[in-house]
Design a protein around this ligand. Structure first.
Ligand code: HEM
Length: 419
């Protein structure tokens, strides 16, 4: 077995932030190795795994621990203390079943219907606007979809504020490096939203409000763990938020999707004319564009990866962006090509923009199906239901900056309904 090569430096966090999504691939190329170790987040050692083989190891619960590995500041802002993302073992599997129990055919159809209906109902508003910033417009629209889908009560006048709070929290994964100007604002946003949701959990339990059975609010409020205990109301609010805050984050993919349609106009025509194209297009948006860069874990035992020994106790990351752009998995990975999903075998270890492995036993995203559904319906809406112009703006997607964005947010004007 060869000895792992290390990227020099006592703490490469700044370098990671500077090179962004390309840091891991650049470093593998620089060192000319398939796997390397680096120091980050206060100088802690991390071995960077990537590709299908890397993902298979990373999602092996016997080899890899996830609990305790997310940076504290990200837990405090993005996920919430004690969130499903932060626990392992029996407790995780028990609570994850609750999340997955929401993903029924009926609930998935409902989110599809809500997305379609709410975009259509929003047409007149967009027609009347001089400019529509799609990033901003979709975060508000998805806040309506998410709150209704989860069965929580949100007054129309509160939607804008909730959308803004969600946006602030979602953006807080820039807290990766520790120093982050918006940290305080993120924590305050989280406190406001947790208060609002905890109140609804308490009122549901008391029987003062009656969310429909099968909704997240109802199921979370009434759930008991494997020991027969209900969730503490604050903890319950935190994980209830985890059923729809990430749904609102799909606005980033929406802006990326319109960016892709703009750069590849033929795809708009295909979405209109080919029944399955919106699906392939949405998968390619998730693969191609930069969102989640990598995910952290820790080796429980020694194991081998591509001829190198990864020692027990070392930090690990799975290189999400590197895997979705791995040349050995994706032909011409830096080309946007939805057709590649005609022959994709559905492996749980290569298309991992929302994590990989198994939905029930690993930390793989509980909302992946919802994400694809919302993207399909939204892309169909923008391709078929309206026409618009794309004025001069900065459409850069900077891979050196985490989180990734279309710089302008993607602005459109002259929106007209297709009749
Ligand atoms: C977990 C990404 C949408 C709920 C995750 C993970 C990622 C992710 C990377 C962690 C995987 C891991 O640690 O191995 C995304 C992205 C989304 C999205 C990029 C779209 C913008 C959603 C939606 C929902 C959702 C729509 C809910 C309806 C969750 C939950 C977890 C999770 C509950 C924790 C699962 C666990 O720890 O077992 N997501 N997600 N996500 N996601 Fe998503």
């Amino acid at each position: 077995m060869a000895k792992l090569k290390r990227d020099k430096g006592l703490d490469n966090t700044l370098k990671v932030l500077k090179e962004g999504y390309l840091y891991t691939t650049n470093t593998r190329n620089r060192l000319n190795v398939p796997v390397f170790e680096t120091r980050a987040i206060g100088g802690k050692p991390f071995v960077v795994l990537n590709g299908k083989e890397g993902a298979e190891l990373f999602y092996n619960n016997d080899l890899v621990q996830r609990e305790g590995m997310l940076p504290k500041r990200i837990v405090n802002t993005l996920f919430g203390k004690g969130a499903i993302h932060t626990i392992d073992g029996k407790k995780h599997i028990d609570r994850k079943a609750l999340f997955m129990s929401l993903m029924t055919e009926g609930n998935l159809n409902y989110v599809r219907e809500l997305t379609r209906t709410l975009w259509k109902a929003n047409t007149q508003r967009m027609e009347s606007m001089d400019e529509v910033n799609v990033y901003r417009e979709s975060i508000v629209l998805l806040t309506k979809v998410g709150t209704r889908w989860a069965g929580v009560q949100a007054a129309p006048e509160d939607i804008d504020r909730i959308a803004t709070d969600m946006d602030i929290m979602i953006d807080s994964f820039k807290a990766l490096g520790g120093a982050f100007k918006g940290y305080k604002a993120s924590k305050e946003a989280r406190r406001r939203v947790e208060d609002w949701l905890e109140d609804q959990i308490i009122e549901t339990r008391k029987g003062n409000i009656h969310p429909p059975e099968g909704t997240a609010l109802y199921e979370f409020a009434h759930w008991e763990d494997y020991l027969g205990n209900p969730m503490d109301s604050r903890q319950c609010a935190i994980d209830l938020m985890n059923t729809f805050r990430p749904l609102i984050a799909i606005n980033r993919f929406v802006a990326f999707g319109l960016h892709a349609m703009n750069e590849n106009p033929i795809t708009r025509e295909k979405i209109k004319s080919e029944p399955d194209y919106a699906y392939k297009f949405s998968q390619e948006v998730r693969r191609y564009y930069p969102f989640v860069p990598f995910l952290p874990g820790k080796a429980k035992v020694d194991f081998d990866f591509k001829g190198y020994t990864v020692p027990a106790g070392v930090g690990l990351v799975i290189d999400v962006y590197g895997t979705t752009h791995d040349e050995s998995l994706w032909e011409d990975p830096n080309e946007f090509r939805p057709e590649r999903f005609e022959t994709w075998d559905g492996s749980p270890f290569d298309l991992i923009p929302q994590g990989g492995g198994d939905y029930w036993t690993n930390h793989r995203c509980a909302g992946e199906w919802i994400t694809v559904i919302i993207m399909e319906e939204t892309m169909k809406y923008f391709a078929e239901h309206i026409t618009y112009d794309v004025p001069e703006q900065d459409l850069t997607v900077d891979l050196n900056s985490i989180p990734g964005y279309v710089k302008s947010g993607f602005v459109i004007n002259n929106v007209r309904e297709v009749v």
